[in-house]
Design a protein around this ligand. Structure first.
Ligand SMILES: [Cu+2]
Length: 119
């Protein structure tokens, strides 16, 4: 008895190779945007300066026991948040790269900066 064995090898990339190409082709812009926390406590923004990428969000949380604050940018850069009472949270997404200094409406001596860099 004779067997005739014929094997045809199709040139199909393996699953692993395909997965590699899919991952390698993903643009960096698909990476997830971040949310960065700033705590408000003892009449201070902490950290006072944050550096984020455009598209990221900054989230302020008032952790005072009884003092309310706000997050006040210049009118050209977005103006003021609502008043944040203890445990209130306010967040803002930043698109345009630049430097965004801010203060607290009721307490102008409280200062912070959001630095937004291109992704
Ligand atoms: Cu304040």
């Amino acid at each position: 008895m004779r067997f005739s064995v014929s094997t045809t090898r199709r040139q199909v990339p393996s699953r692993a190779a395909l997965a590699f190409f899919v991952v390698a082709a993903m643009p960096l812009s698909l990476s997830a945007h971040q949310t960065v926390d700033v705590i408000i406590q003892n009449y201070r923004f902490e950290p006072a300066e944050v550096r984020i990428r455009s598209g990221d969000t900054v989230r302020w949380t008032n952790q005072e026991k009884r003092t309310s604050h706000s997050v006040l940018f210049s009118a050209e850069q977005g103006g003021e948040s609502e008043r944040l009472f203890p445990q209130d949270v306010w967040q803002r997404r930043f698109e345009a790269p630049g430097r965004y200094p801010y203060s607290c409406g009721p307490h102008p001596e409280m200062k912070g900066v959001v630095e937004v860099v291109a992704p």
